[in-house]
Design a protein around this ligand. Structure first.
Ligand code: NAD
Length: 339
């Protein structure tokens, strides 16, 4: 029997998670929700059963001629789990609905950690989500940091991490806000929230982060500096990263001079140019005085998608970590883009 899933909030993350779940044999999308009958709702009904996210607004769908099957309350009666992909902080407001309906729920990184029993990353703490009812998949930046730091910690030990987040200002679809000109320290005060967020998954990693917003929509870039416990050479680190499908290694030599080129490459292979992997520049990997340097790019719209799929498997104990990640990787073609 397949796990029956609802997607509450069919936006940037919701539509991608819905498509990824549809590729799995052990789970199915029963329905998705939208707040209003806009073009995205019209697209959603072509592929999924649509429900009104806000029951009081259901009439607007009828008036616009966009067919819905009911409201979120009707949808929750038909599922085992809801993946809440509503805007940040709204997930916590939706939680009482899920509790009342007796369904499990996954929340996204825009929620505070205390919305769930565990903050999740498949590589780092899959087993902690086993059998849980409420899990939070950490944000795009945190997912990118945690994947890399987990691999370094397991193989070389970590004394201390410093990381600088250079963040895309908004997603490409945004037309209401943005930074047209300038580089904004965000927050200005140090540290940024990313370090403590990493510690919700890797509590024993000492990390301080700073963050800046820049006028681009494509990807974030992280400049990461890690004081290692064990002696290691750049080649040793490269070998570890090469062994993990959720890391994609690229080279400046191949013309990857910026995130613009990374996305141009992804456009050839992936729907919506989604990059589910951490994209790490080979040449950036260096060890100087026992400190490892790495530069990676993170496609914010896509990186958390495989983690949502794995979280469902962990919560229903459908598979162990290796099995789940292998199936998710195969279905999303993660690990196939190697150059
Ligand atoms: P989004 O604005 O693209 O999508 C949110 C969707 O939820 C919209 O379709 C909106 O209409 C709908 N919605 C609004 N109110 C709702 C409600 N009360 N109930 C249900 N749905 C409602 O946002 P997003 O970028 O997909 O972000 C969703 C979550 O994922 C946030 O927690 C965010 O922090 C997190 N996240 C976003 C990114 C990113 O870069 N976009 C990356 C990782 C995690």
């Amino acid at each position: 029997m397949k796990v029956r899933v609802a997607i509450n909030g069919f936006g940037t993350i919701g539509k991608r998670v819905a498509d990824a779940i549809s590729l799995q044999k052990d789970m199915e999308v029963v329905g998705v929700t939208k707040t209003k009958p806009d073009f995205e709702a019209k697209l959603a009904v072509k592929r999924y059963k649509l429900y009104a996210a806000i029951p009081e607004k259901a009439e607007a769908f009828d008036k616009a001629g966009v067919p819905i099957e009911g409201t979120i309350d009707d949808l929750l009666e038909k599922v085992d789990i809801v993946v809440d992909c509503s805007p940040g902080k709204v997930g916590a407001e939706n939680k009482p609905k899920y509790e009342k309906a007796g369904v499990k729920a996954i929340f996204q990184g825009g929620e505070k950690a205390n919305v769930a029993e565990v903050s999740f990353n498949a590589l780092a703490n899959y087993d902690e989500a086993r059998g849980k009812n409420f899990v939070r998949v950490v944000s795009c930046n945190t997912t990118g940091l945690v994947r890399l730091l987990y691999l370094v910690k397991e193989n070389f030990g970590i004394r201390k991490v410093r990381a600088v987040m250079i963040r895309r200002v908004v997603d490409p679809k945004e037309d209401k806000k943005g930074l047209v000109n300038g580089i904004a320290p965000n927050p200005v005060a140090v540290p940024s929230h990313h370090g403590p967020d990493v510690q919700t998954v890797l509590p024993d990693v000492k990390i301080v982060t700073t963050a800046f917003k820049v006028p681009t929509t494509l990807m974030h870039v992280h400049s990461i500096m890690i004081e290692l416990e064990k002696d290691a050479k750049a080649e040793d680190v490269l070998e570890v990263l090469e062994g993990e499908p959720r890391i994609l290694l690229i080279s400046e030599e191949d013309g990857f001079t910026s995130t613009a080129k990374v996305i141009e490459f992804a456009r050839e292979f992936r729907k919506r140019y989604d990059l589910f992997e951490n994209v790490v520049w080979r040449e950036s990997i260096s060890v100087v005085d026992g400190e490892l340097y790495v530069t990676q790019a993170i496609h914010q719209e896509a990186i958390v998608v495989p983690e949502n799929v794995d979280a469902i498997r962990a919560m229903f104990e459908l598979a162990d970590k290796e099995e789940s990640m292998k199936v998710t990787n195969e279905t999303l073609e993660i690990g196939k883009l190697k150059l």
